[in-house]
Each structure stands twice: as structure tokens, then as C-alpha cells.
Design a protein around this ligand. Structure first.
Ligand code: ATP
Ligand code: MG
Length: 790
């Protein structure tokens, strides 16, 4: 007993402590949400450093987002009381970019390679599909990019794929051609797409054992968070990095002056790095991107001698929230049951709410946010989750109207705005002169009279002469275009050449930093001036965005005085949705369930808990789809610390249509006693006032009582549209047989009496246009509206 105990073990439970202190080749920490996996990983790094078992430079920690990486770095710093320079804490993608830029030559790239985002990939594929007439065989940029991405995540390239392809199938032949051209175009443009970043690093290590040995020697401790969402390529990367260095290679390294002596074991080689991974198979939500939970389930087989630690105490949520989460996820098969428990007490019940429409649902969320806020909860401690981005419209509208400060996390990202992509394309064209995509983007932006025919002409000219697009621009005088067009092309080419010169280290005057370069390009091209002088009010906002970008480059210069253009562009390329978060902003955060992974909030509003949204209708066709959707629901529930709200809408406007929605099958998996169902404002008298109770007592298979009126019964298995479940999920009615015509008088629970002016639509989508005596004109979906004929 007694002895020195590091403060970094303080407050940890025995399992957590073991996870921090264990030393060995491989450690697997599997545990449910909120059990401290990420915290333990952070403390483990601090512990290695504090005990001087590792230099910061020997640590590689992989997080799911850049933000998570920054947080982890800050925490380590806070624990140790000092920075840990040289430590790599970053996402898979950022780590790989770093490696590839350093090793570009071996990877067959130039160090300033461009990184294509999914929009860039789609533009490239669109051009290929068009040139091959591949759309006649059903190819679109969307489906082609999804297939290519899937293959790359499995480390397949066009050659390995075509070896096994069925070449008597014309569609297969065409796909191979698309894949081949896509690969060639990216090569020619000195560009990599997101999936390449991982795959190319793996290829690099496999093709160049000496390069691999340098990184194996360097990283002695590799730690990976959210391991359940790694795909095959990422798994392979981890494997490559943790292999031992053979004695002969170690000899060779030592002979060339690489310091390895103290790392060598009895065989003379360098043993593989120690690997720690943490994960939760129940939170695997990226199977559609190739994530494979076998990476967890087969970890012990892949890494012999693995120590497994389970964490069961949850420090995040109340017991009610946890019990709901446990119950829901317990419906998935093929999983090891882990029972999370909390010492934090039962807490409040979960609040359930069935709204009449998406708008009503949004209103409920806004109202509750205000209730929580007046009770002292800060806006930034609340979050609203949804399955699809389309759901934000109604939410935003109501939040704006209710003056609730909010932010959409990872919505239309700043860097995805057209004007920002334009400005960035100028920078990219300077950094990477081979990037045809960037050049073609700015060729006629701002408008300088260069039409699409000239653009394709330049591209063919480049192809025919085996020169780059950029060179074709310089040589455009020989194309026989009109003098005005030729002049415009040459002016742009010169602007780019001058810009390149201004940052060329070989040029004594080549000292321009990123913001000076951007300003030079904006001035030279007139991009910003044109937007500023435009009479289109939208252009004013666009100009402001570009000014914001200029401000960002200034900040970048200040914060990274030794970094240049390529570093800036890399940083921009790798921003992920969750990086958009700003905890200090004092706003409610709106985000998709996928983005919410790893985060936590005092209060969580999980909206749209309906069939078709959660599970999403697309998942029905995927094997394992509904199970993955259930995990998504589980992830959402377990983000909440104190308060959880589950809401749904009986009707939802989508793509101009009004859809009738059913409560999600997952709702009935939550024990009845955990949810307190509130009545829908559109359906009952929660806003006060008198209403015809008869409406609520309908017994036509859908009507029925509310929670609170007698003991609700459990729900039968969905999706059978049966009777009883509506007891719990507030009230869903079915007026399917109600025949209304112009001139009829009706009574609505909330709006009172009114007259039908018109009935449009048919079947389940019949809509009554009603002039209410006091509530104005309304359109009601007859099937579900709380109305009766009078
Ligand atoms: P997820 O599966 O959602 O990623 P996780 O397992 O990574 O969750 P953490 O985010 O590390 O869990 O921890 C959840 C919360 O519990 C955090 O607020 C963390 O600070 C807190 N926590 C973790 N361990 C302890 C502990 N021993 N004592 C008190 N609080 C703790
Ligand atoms: Mg975590």
C-alpha cells in the first residue's frame, strides 16, 4: 500500500486504471458508450509520457475528427502541464497526408499534390462518364464514385479489380474503363481522393520496406479511438505500422546513421509497436463506408497476446437514459451483451412527443429548449439530432422565429461554398500546376469570355500533345481561337505563373505568405471586386465569405509562421463535419446522428424517430441495414447526459410531398416506464382550451388514449400497422375513410370549426383546404388531421 500514485490515475475505476497502466504489445478496450474509452486513451498517452516510457515523437494517436484530435492534445497538455511537441494526434487522413507529402517521391507524386473531395471526384467522373457515354449503361457520378470508394476501402485498384471482373458483362467492362480513366486522371493531375490517402500510404509501405521501417521505428505506441469504424484499408495501415523491423533492415538503418540501437531486441530487429484500440461494436455506424466490425471481433486473433479490458460503468448519462439505450441495442443479434450502468441516479424520464407535422415537432423542440434555458441550462449544452439533412429546414425556420441561437454543425460547409471553392481553386492551381480540375474551374471564373467549347478544346489540345492543361493555356495562341479569347487565357496563365513565382523559394523575392498570395490572385483575377460591385444581393454575402477566407489565411500565417500554401490547403481539405463545432459559441448545436458520434450534451433532442427516417428507408434494402440504423439510434440516445427527448411527426413534408409517418419500430423497444409521452399540441388540449374529447376516443384502429390516461400497453412489433401501439406513441389517427367535399363543415381539435373550400390530391394524400372561422386558412392532410365532419 501507499507509494506514489500519479494524479493522472485519480478518479479512475479499477478497469480504467488497468487500461491506463497496462503495458504489453496489444490492448483492446471494448466498452459501451460513455464509459470513458476516449478519456482512458488520453490518460494512457499522458501516462506513457509522464513515466518517460516514450518520447512524444514515438506516439501516434488516431482520432475520428480533427476536433477530437485537438481536444486530446489539449487534455494531454493539461494533465502533463506542458506541451508534447512532436506527438502525432490526428485522424487517419491527416496522418496519411503527412506521410505522403514527406514520401511523395516514392509514392510517385509531387509533394504539393491536391486532395480531391467528393465534389471534385464527382466532377471528374461526370466528365469521364460523358466522354464514354456511360450514362446509357446507367452510370452516374454518384454510383460510380460510391463503387470506386468501396473498392478503394478494400484496397482494390483498377488492375486487381479487372482481373476478377466479368468481362463479358458490358456494364462491368464499362465500369473498369471508368475506374481506369479516373485513376489516370488523378495521377495526371497529381491528385489523390480521400480514399487514396489511406490506400496509397499502405501501398507505399508495402512497396518500400525501407520507408516503412522508418515509421515503424518511429512510432512505438499507436492508439486508435473509435476502432469499430475502421475499414479494411485503415486496418491494413495499422497492421503495416505495427510490424517489426527485421534485423537486416535494422542493421542497414544503423549503418546509415539512423539511431536504433536502444530499440533492438535479442534478435537484433525492432519489435512491433504497442497497439491500443478502443471501440464499441454497438456504435459502428459507417458500414456504408466500408467500416468493418470484424476489425474488433478478430482483433485478438490478428494481434496475438492481446489484453482485453471491458469497461461497464458509464459516467455520462442518467440510468433512465442508459436503460433505454441498453434495451434498444439489446434487440440486435450477434453482439456481446454489455450492461452499462450509471451511479448517477435515474434522473428524469425520457420525454416523448408525437407532433402533427414536422413544424409542430420543431416548435416543440424550440419551446423545450427555452424551458431548459430559463431553468439555467446553457444553449451550448443542448443539441438537436436528425437522421437526414433535409430535416433541418423546419427546425431552422422555427428556431429562427423563436430567436433560439443555433448552429448547424457540418451543414453546408464553408469550404464547400461555390465562391470559396473558386478562390481556393486559384490557390490550388498555383500549388499544383497539374491540377486540371482547379484550372478548369477558374478558367472562366470570374467570367472572361472563355466558353465551354474553348475549355474542352484546351483539354483535347493538351491530350493530343501530351502536355498539361496549364501548358496548353500557355500555348493557346496556336489553337487558332479569336484574339479576345486567346488574350483572356494568356492573361490568366500569366497571373498564375507570376503567383507561383511569388512563392518560389528559388526566387529571392519569393517570400509571399498565403494571405498575400490570395490577395494577389483576387486582385489579379477581379473575383472579389466583381462580387463587391455586383447588384445581386447574394453576391454581397459571397464577397463577405471570400473576405472571411482572406481573414483565415491571415490567422493561418500568424499561427503557423513556418507553414506555407500546401499546409494551408491540406488543413482546408481535411476539415470534417464535426470540426465545425465551436463549444464556446453559446448556441444550440444541430447535427446528423452520424456527426454526433463521440460527443456529449446535457440535453439531447432526437427528432424524426419515424419509420422511413429511423430506420431510414434506404436501409431496408441493405443487409444489416436496420441493425445499423438501430446502432445509430443507440449512438444518439447515449449522447445525452441529463435530458433526452424523442420526437416524431405524423406527417412530414418531403420533396414537396406530405408523407404520413409511422412511429419508429425502435420506440417500442424502450421499456414503457422510461418514457413520459406528452401530447401532441396539434392533437390534444395541451395548449389549453376545450376540445371535443370524442375525437381522442376514436376506436377505428388508430385512435385511442394517450399515455397518462390509464396504463399504456406495450407496442407490438413494427412495421405491422397494428392498433395498440398508438397508445404509447401519443395519437395517430386514420381518417382514411372520411369523405370530404367543398362546402362541408368540419371541426378541428385545435383550430375549431371551419368550412372546406377544396379537396386536392388522392388516396392517402388527400388534402382539405379549409377556411376556419377563427384560425384562418389551413391545408390539412385528411388521413391524419384531427378533424371530424359536423
Ligand atoms: P463514446 O462511446 O460515446 O465515445 P467514451 O467511452 O469515449 O464514449 P468518454 O467520452 O471518454 O467515453 O467519457 C464519457 C464521460 O465520462 C466524459 O464526460 C468523461 O469525462 C467522463 N468520465 C470518464 N471516466 C470518468 C471517471 N472515472 N470519473 C468521472 N468521469 C469520468
Ligand atoms: Mg469516445
Amino acid at each position: 500500500a501507499g507509494g506514489y500514485q500519479s494524479p493522472l490515475l485519480e478518479g479512475l475505476n479499477p478497469q480504467q486504471r488497468e487500461a491506463v497502466e497496462y503495458r504489453g504489445p496489444a490492448l483492446l478496450i471494448i466498452a459501451g458508450a460513455g464509459s470513458g474509452k476516449t478519456s482512458v486513451l488520453t490518460r494512457r498517452i499522458a501516462s506513457l509520457l509522464e513515466a518517460r516510457e516514450a518520447w512524444p515523437s514515438q506516439i501516434l494517436a488516431i482520432t475520428f475528427t480533427n476536433k477530437a484530435a485537438a481536444e486530446m492534445r489539449d487534455r494531454v497538455k493539461a494533465i502533463l502541464g506542458q506541451g508534447a511537441d512532436g506527438m502525432w494526434i490526428s485522424t487517419f487522413h491527416s496522418s496519411c497526408v503527412r506521410i505522403l507529402r514527406r514520401e511523395a517521391e516514392n509514392a510517385g507524386l509531387s509533394a504539393s499534390f491536391s486532395i480531391y473531395d467528393s465534389a471534385d471526384t464527382k466532377v471528374t467522373l461526370k466528365r469521364i462518364i460523358k466522354s464514354l457515354d456511360a450514362d446509357t449503361l446507367g452510370f452516374t457520378p454518384g454510383n460510380a464514385s460510391a463503387k470506386i470508394s468501396k473498392l478503394k476501402n478494400e484496397l482494390a485498384d483498377v488492375d486487381s479489380y479487372s482481373r476478377n471482373a466479368n468481362m463479358s458483362d458490358p456494364q462491368e467492362v464499362m465500369f473498369v474503363e471508368i475506374f481506369r480513366q479516373y485513376t489516370q486522371r488523378l495521377r495526371a493531375a497529381n491528385a489523390l481522393d480521400f480514399d487514396d490517402l489511406i490506400g496509397e500510404t499502405v501501398y507505399l509501405f508495402r512497396a518500400f520496406p525501407r520507408v516503412a521501417a522508418l515509421y515503424r521505428r518511429r512510432f512505438r505506441h499507436i492508439l486508435v479511438d473509435e476502432y469499430q469504424d475502421t475499414n479494411h484499408a485503415q486496418y491494413s495501415l495499422v497492421r503495416e505500422l505495427t510490424r517489426p523491423v527485421e534485423p537486416e533492415l535494422a542493421d542497414e538503418m544503423e549503418a546509415t546513421g539512423v539511431h536504433v540501437r536502444n530499440l533492438r531486441d535479442a534478435t537484433g530487429g525492432i519489435p512491433g509497436a504497442s497497439l491500443t484500440v478502443v471501440g464499441d461494436s454497438d456504435q459502428s455506424i459507417y458500414a456504408f463506408r466500408g467500416a468493418d466490425t470484424r476489425n474488433i471481433t478478430e482483433f485478438e486473433r490478428d494481434f496475438p497476446g492481446t489484453r482485453v479490458i471491458l469497461l461497464e460503468q458509464n459516467y455520462r448519462s442518467t440510468q433512465n437514459i442508459l436503460s433505454a439505450a441498453n434495451a434498444v441495442i439489446g434487440h440486435n443479434f450477434d453482439r456481446t451483451d454489455k450492461k452499462l450502468w450509471s451511479a448517477g441516479g435515474d434522473g428524469e424520464k425520457i420525454v416523448g412527443f408525437t407532433a402533427y407535422s414536422g413544424h409542430d415537432e420543431a416548435q416543440f423542440v424550440a419551446d423545450e429548449i427555452e424551458v431548459l434555458h430559463s431553468a439555467g441550462m446553457a444553449y451550448r449544452d443542448m443539441a438537436v439530432f436528425y437522421r437526414t439533412n433535409a430535416q433541418t429546414r423546419a427546425l431552422e425556420e422555427i428556431l429562427v422565429r423563436s430567436a433560439v441561437p443555433y448552429r448547424v454543425v457540418g451543414g453546408t460547409k464553408f469550404y464547400e461554398r461555390a465562391e470559396i471553392k473558386d478562390a481556393l481553386a486559384y490557390l490550388i492551381a498555383v500549388a499544383n500546376p497539374n491540377d486540371e480540375l482547379a484550372l478548369r474551374r477558374i478558367l472562366n471564373t470570374p467570367k472572361r469570355g472563355i466558353g465551354p467549347a474553348t475549355e474542352t478544346g484546351l483539354a483535347s489540345f493538351a491530350d493530343a500533345n501530351q502536355i498539361s492543361f496549364r501548358q496548353a493555356m500557355r500555348d493557346s495562341a496556336s489553337l487558332g481561337l479569336g484574339p479576345k479569347v486567346t488574350g483572356a487565357i494568356l492573361t490568366l496563365a500569366t497571373l498564375l505563373d507570376e503567383a507561383a513565382l511569388s512563392i518560389d523559394p528559388a526566387n529571392p523575392a519569393g517570400q509571399a505568405n498565403v494571405s498575400e498570395l490570395l490577395t494577389f490572385l483576387l486582385d489579379g483575377s477581379g473575383l472579389l471586386t466583381l462580387l463587391r460591385n455586383s447588384r445581386d444581393p447574394q453576391d454581397e454575402a459571397r464577397a463577405e465569405n471570400i473576405e472571411e477566407l482572406v481573414a483565415q489565411t491571415k490567422d493561418f500565417n500568424k499561427e503557423n509562421p513556418d507553414s506555407g500554401l500546401v499546409d494551408f490547403l491540406t488543413q482546408v481539405s481535411l476539415v470534417a463535419a464535426a470540426d465545425d463545432l465551436d463549444d464556446a459559441s453559446g448556441t444550440v448545436s444541430l447535427m446528423t446522428l452520424h456527426t454526433a458520434k463521440g460527443l456529449e450534451y446535457e440535453a439531447v433532442f432526437l427528432t424524426g424517430v419515424e419509420e422511413g427516417l429511423l430506420p431510414h428507408q434506404m436501409s431496408a434494402h441493405e443487409p444489416g441495414g436496420p441493425a445499423e440504423e438501430r446502432r445509430l439510434f443507440y449512438v444518439g440516445i447515449t449522447r445525452a447526459r441529463q435530458r433526452l427527448y424523442l420526437s416524431l411527426a405524423m406527417t412530414r413534408a418531403q420533396f414537396g410531398d406530405i408523407n404520413v409517418a409511422m412511429p419508429s419500430r425502435y420506440l417500442q423497444e424502450i421499456p414503457v416506464g422510461l418514457i413520459d409521452w406528452k401530447q401532441s399540441p396539434g392533437m390534444a388540449n395541451s395548449r389549453g382550451g376545450t376540445q371535443p374529447r370524442a375525437l381522442n376516443a376514436r376506436r377505428d384502429g388508430f385512435g385511442g388514449g394517450f399515455a397518462g390516461r390509464g396504463e399504456p400497453r406495450a407496442l407490438p412489433p413494427a412495421p405491422k400497422p397494428k392498433t395498440e401501439w398508438t397508445n404509447r406513441v401519443s395519437e395517430v389517427r386514420d381518417n382514411g375513410d372520411l369523405t370530404l367535399a367543398a362546402g362541408d363543415r368540419i371541426r378541428h381539435v385545435d383550430f375549431g370549426d371551419g368550412r372546406v373550400n377544396q379537396v386536392t390530391g388522392d388516396g392517402t394524400k388527400r388534402i382539405a383546404h379549409v377556411q376556419f372561422d377563427t384560425a384562418g386558412a389551413r391545408k390539412l392532410l385528411i388521413k391524419v388531421a384531427p378533424i371530424e365532419k359536423i
